[in-house]
Ligand binder design. Structure first.
Ligand SMILES: [Zn+2]
Length: 222
């Protein structure tokens, strides 16, 4: 076939030119086995603590039909997803609707050696009008204060219409017994009907989680 003669002649010319100019068709390097993906250099090990669970419902708003344990877990799961997508390693003190004693929550993080501990709660008060966001650290932890401050600022930036109740210190057991910088976020007042509806909204839960993740990022960059 005429075509085949011509193409074999062109092939010879091509081979000659390749030898002459050293066209880069070097054999591919032997494929090396791919190691397990290493966490990125800025990967952190973070404990997330969804407050309450199981028989311990936390605060309940019967009028709106929500309880604290469910909202805490939903926000924590969103936060886990966001932090995981940013390359961090996450320890959850609970993943489901189970009761975990406070001491065990701290112990889980201490044993695993997480770098920080972030506890998620909803606030509650007798005064049904009470509202706003506040973030706690242990009085003796400067790093805990730095973490609480960054997380709180990120939340206030994300929700400027919400009342800013400030960064506070308290001798809460999970803050006291954790050996790493720790903070506890009171995301809003579940005892306030308007805020309970805000907390129950999955879009708001995700926005809260994203703000906390941004605060964590700022803390590690600080
Ligand atoms: Zn709580």
């Amino acid at each position: 076939m005429p075509g085949s003669t011509q193409s074999s002649w062109l092939q010879k010319l091509w081979d000659f030119l390749r030898k002459l100019f050293g066209s880069g068709d070097k054999p591919a390097p032997p494929s090396t086995p791919t190691p397990d993906p290493e966490p990125p250099a800025n990967s952190r090990f973070i404990a997330l603590d969804a407050g309450h669970g199981g028989d311990d419902t936390g605060a309940v708003n019967q009028a709106v039909g929500v309880n604290e344990k469910t909202i805490n877990l939903a926000i924590s799961q969103q936060l886990q997803r966001i932090l995981d997508s940013r390359g961090h390693q996450i320890l959850m003190t609970r993943r489901t609707d189970v009761f975990v004693p406070l001491g065990q929550r701290a112990e889980l993080a201490n044993t695993a050696g997480t770098e920080i501990f972030v506890s998620i709660h909803c606030n509650s008060a007798e005064n049904a009008g009470a509202a706003g966001i506040e973030t706690y650290h242990h009085p003796n932890s400067e790093m805990g204060q730095a973490l609480a401050t960054q997380v709180h600022h990120a939340l206030i930036a994300a929700f400027p219409s919400h009342q800013n109740r400030g960064v506070k210190s308290a001798n809460f057991q999970v803050l006291r017994e954790t050996q790493m910088p720790a903070c506890l976020v009171e995301t809003e007042f579940i005892s306030n009907n308007q805020q309970a509806q805000f907390l129950a909204n999955p879009a708001n839960q995700e926005k809260i989680a994203r703000a906390i993740a941004d605060g964590i990022k700022a803390y590690f960059q600080g």
